[in-house]
Design a protein around this ligand. Structure first.
Ligand code: GLC
Ligand code: CA
Length: 527
């Protein structure tokens, strides 16, 4: 199930369409803007896109409240514009994922309006309803008092997002359906129809929102939800085998091995592997992200979970690493530019498929305390406009500043693409260089092997191997040398020579007779 061949060399760029590029001066990004920037994205080294939901919506959760699955939101353009975006991407050998939101719709979706009516109709069983207006829902969040129907309906997330009915893992009340009852099967067919619609128009797959949430009262391994996905993805396997799916699940064993996703995101859950690397700021005590210079970060907090997941899903699918996404603070909130250079070089040289969040390549800040926009709350600070140049609104839009979706960075020295391209030491160039190398070296691609060469608890550096390449990272503030005898799994050609010129370096390092040396805050690749 590791998917179509193109995934092996895929590097995704996530676009929050509201904030990427406005071309008609209304202050909000649009499809035309994405089309105009495809060459920029390709030149950076990303060859695939994930676009957050761009469907018709009342935007109470930034579009994750879908009102019509098959029509785009007019503010972004027309369906034809989106089809043209697919074509333009394909002409550049790029792929495009849309965001599939299968667990809930907007309360304004026509299915839900019908579902809330008193008499029985085609949509009565499309959502999860209890059978009495005054009944609770066994601990699940629900709403009463809004519809004609004598019952309460379950929520999947915000109040505006009623849960679609895929059934219950364990049925304990008469109003609940089992997985294989007719209504949950009709919901599946409706979602397949949505998938087919976009795939038939040129979409290359989906990022799947809350993919683990479909079946309610599922068992601990989410086997019911996994069964639903094995069925839904038949659309891909049987009709669009070049397409792929990535899940918002953050449990690669369940998502890839159980539910047959091609990839699963590692998300920043407190205490989990990914968080310990880059955003260890929500747990108790000080931030000990591995890449922070003075935090005493520990690769051993990352490795056990990563190795276990990696070994389990190898050959079946991929772990997808993100620099950030639209739900979480940008790394720039807590990591310096140098620390991010190391973090990106590391994430982009792990096995699996990396995702870069728009603007992270130039170090757009996380804006604290922005008033919430479209249900963003603290996520709003991560969703501000892309910063292109020093023209009006940093090149994002020609609208009056007051009309912008969100304000652009007001600082004098706001980072821009234009400045980053001109500065050979910029973060942008580190990203571009490492991605170029990744595309050029088969060993660095998604399927390439990974092995630990040197890892010590609470100490630096960390050394690892990808095929014939030896890679090292030293986030600490002092230079370190590791003698060859202390390394395991050294690529053969290097073990023989015991010296090499770096293929890629941030901050300086060398491979010489006495060992591998990594300067303070450095990253190096040798062969
Ligand atoms: C996912 C999305 C998030 C959204 C939620 C509800 O977590 O990434 O942005 O608010 O699901 O759809
Ligand atoms: Ca616009």
């Amino acid at each position: 199930m590791s998917g179509p061949k193109w995934l092996n060399d895929a590097v995704f760029y996530e676009i929050y369409p509201q904030s990427f590029q406005d071309t008609n001066g209304d202050g909000i990004g649009d499809f035309e803007g994405i089309i105009e920037r495809l060459d920029y994205i390709k030149n950076l080294g990303c060859n695939a896109l994930w676009i957050n939901p761009c469907y018709d919506s009342p935007f109470k959760d930034a579009g994750y409240d879908v009102r019509d699955y098959k029509s785009v939101a007019p503010r972004y353009g027309t369906n034809e514009d989106l089809y043209r975006l697919f074509d333009e991407a394909h002409r550049r050998s790029m792929h495009v994922f849309l965001d599939l939101v299968p667990g809930h719709t907007s309360e304004e979706h026509a299915w839900f309006r019908e579902s809330g009516r008193a008499g029985h109709n085609e949509y009565s069983g499309r959502y999860i309803w209890s059978d009495l207006w005054i009944a609770g829902m066994q601990g699940h969040p629900y709403i009463a008092g809004e519809c004609e129907r004598n019952g309460t309906y379950m929520l999947n997330f915000f109040k505006c997002q009623p849960a679609l009915n895929y059934g219950f893992g364990t049925v304990t009340a008469p109003w609940q359906d089992g997985l294989d009852d007719p209504e949950p099967h009709r919901t599946r067919e409706a979602m397949k129809d949505v998938m087919r619609f976009w795939l038939s128009h040129g979409c290359d797959g989906f990022r799947v929102d809350m993919a683990d949430s479909l079946v309610k009262d599922d068992d601990d391994s989410k086997s019911g939800t996994a069964e639903v996905w094995r069925d839904l993805r038949r659309v891909i396997d049987e009709e669009y085998p070049e397409a792929a799916l990535v899940s918002e699940w953050s449990n690669p064993k369940q998502a890839v091995l159980g539910a047959h996703f091609n990839m699963d995101f590692y998300l920043d859950h407190p205490g989990k592997a990914y968080n310990t690397l880059v955003r260890d700021n929500e747990t108790e005590g000080p931030d000990r992200s591995f890449f922070r210079k003075d935090a005493g970060g520990d690769i051993e907090r990352f490795l056990p979970q990563f190795l276990s997941d990696y070994e389990a899903v190898k050959g079946h699918g991929h772990i997808a690493f993100i620099t950030c996404n639209h739900d979480t603070p940008r790394m720039s909130r807590t990591l310096t530019e140098r620390e991010r250079k190391l973090a990106y070089a590391f994430l982009f040289t792990l096995p699996g498929v990396p995702f870069l969040y728009y603007g992270d390549e130039i170090g757009i800040p996380y804006f604290e305390d922005l008033p919430t926009k479209e249900g963003g709350y603290t996520r709003t600070g991560t969703r501000t406009p892309m910063q292109w140049n020093h023209e009006r609104n940093l090149g994002f839009s020609t609208a009056d500043a007051a009309k912008l979706y969100l304000p652009v960075d007001p600082s004098e020295d706001a980072a821009t693409v234009e400045d980053a391209e001109a500065d050979p030491d910029s973060l942008y160039h580190t990203v571009q260089d490492i991605l170029q190398l990744r595309h050029a070296q088969d060993d660095l691609k998604a399927d390439g092997e990974f092995a630990v060469v040197y890892a010590k608890k609470e100490s630096c550096p960390f050394l690892y191997r990808r095929g014939s390449l030896l890679l090292g990272v030293n986030p600490s503030g002092s230079a370190v040398t590791v003698p060859w005898e202390e390394l395991s799994q050294v690529p053969d050609q290097l073990a023989g020579r015991k010296s090499a010129e770096p293929l890629f370096c941030v901050g300086g390092g060398s491979a010489e007779a006495e060992g591998i040396t990594l300067e303070a805050q450095s990253f190096m690749i040798v062969r």
